[in-house]
Design a protein around this ligand. Structure first.
Ligand SMILES: [Zn+2]
Ligand SMILES: [Zn+2]
Length: 313
């Protein structure tokens, strides 16, 4: 199983500003020495020593995660602006894939904004399946494409579109099983767990961790315990979270605690705060590792979600 991040930002798209780009160029110029420029190899080495917040970015697109299994289908969780890039990639590079399965955690803007710009809509060979446990969620998706919000209504698109209201506890698609669990978030939110070929990934964005998630009850054990990867909301620093209780998001320390309790193998910090720059988001990764060390736990790999990054589960 592979997990690819097409959008990692929470709340609203956050492109780099012109000033941020200028500051990065200035930082590179301050660091470079004449010897770094003598050959293509020395230039490569110099670039590889630059911190990720100078030579890279976590990305500004809103939430969209792809889970890649052996099946020739596209399995997607949330349709923020990252969905546009994903759709363009499939329309350009993977024309043989004609089945797209999109699961929604909830319907806040940052999780549905990419839908009107999803290129596979415009190919009549494609079938697109939307899933949510929320009754009548079809109207939420159709309404955002109605006049005056968008020029093409969903009913005029070439692809076949299906809306599936999830019932029961899990859904099987080819050899993947997708289970869901309700999380604390204003208006409600669902996390999903994908299991395929003996591996599992949980997508738990827009989730404020509470004591409920720590309880040793069957529902939690079957969902969280020993997960190979937990992609979890880590929007705030600890200090900021104290001032934003009940806003529906978590901080890295709660994430580390939860991952430790359930012996998760990889914890991915996700749904980055739009007010934080790359430097601050990268510092959250370091703080999480420090906190994990403080807990004397060496068994969790902590990763910050970065747009375009592909992780092996
Ligand atoms: Zn969100
Ligand atoms: Zn939300």
């Amino acid at each position: 199983m592979l997990v690819k991040f097409w959008g990692v930002r929470g709340s609203i798209p956050t492109p780099l500003t012109s000033q941020q780009v200028k500051n990065r160029i200035a930082s590179v110029l301050q660091r470079v020495k004449p010897d770094d420029l003598i050959s293509p190899e020395s230039k490569e080495i110099f670039l590889s020593t630059l911190p990720e917040d100078i030579f890279g970015t976590v990305g500004g697109n809103t939430t969209c995660i792809e889970v890649i299994t052996k099946n020739p289908i596209c399995l997607i969780f949330d349709a923020g602006t990252g969905l546009r890039e994903l759709g363009n990639y499939y329309a350009r590079e993977k024309k043989e894939v004609n089945e797209f399965h999109i699961f929604f955690t909830h319907f806040h803007w940052d999780h549905i904004q990419g839908i009107p710009f999803f290129a596979p809509f415009f190919n009549k060979k494609n079938s697109i399946y939307f899933y949510s446990p929320v009754p009548q969620f079809e109207t939420y998706l159709k309404d955002q494409m109605k006049f005056p919000y968008f020029p093409i209504e969903m009913g005029f698109l070439a692809a076949r579109i299906h809306f599936i209201e999830l019932e029961g506890r899990e859904k099987k698609i080819k050899d993947s099983v997708i289970a869901w669990r309700r999380m604390k978030h204003p208006g409600g939110c669902f996390s999903y767990k994908v299991s395929s070929n003996g591996k599992s990934t949980i997508v738990a964005t827009d989730s404020e961790i509470t004591e409920k998630e720590f309880k040793q009850i069957d529902e939690n054990i079957s969902f969280f315990k020993d997960a190979d990867m937990l992609i979890l909301d880590s929007q705030y620093t600890l200090t900021e979270h104290i001032n934003k209780i009940d806003w529906g998001h978590s901080s890295y320390s709660m994430d580390v605690d939860l991952a430790s309790v359930w012996k998760v193998k990889n914890l991915v910090l996700f749904h980055h705060e739009p007010l934080y720059n790359d430097k601050k988001i990268m510092s959250i990764e370091r703080l999480s590792r420090w906190y994990l060390n403080h807990l004397k736990n060496k068994n969790i790999n902590i990763i910050i979600a970065i747009e375009g990054k592909e992780l092996k589960v």
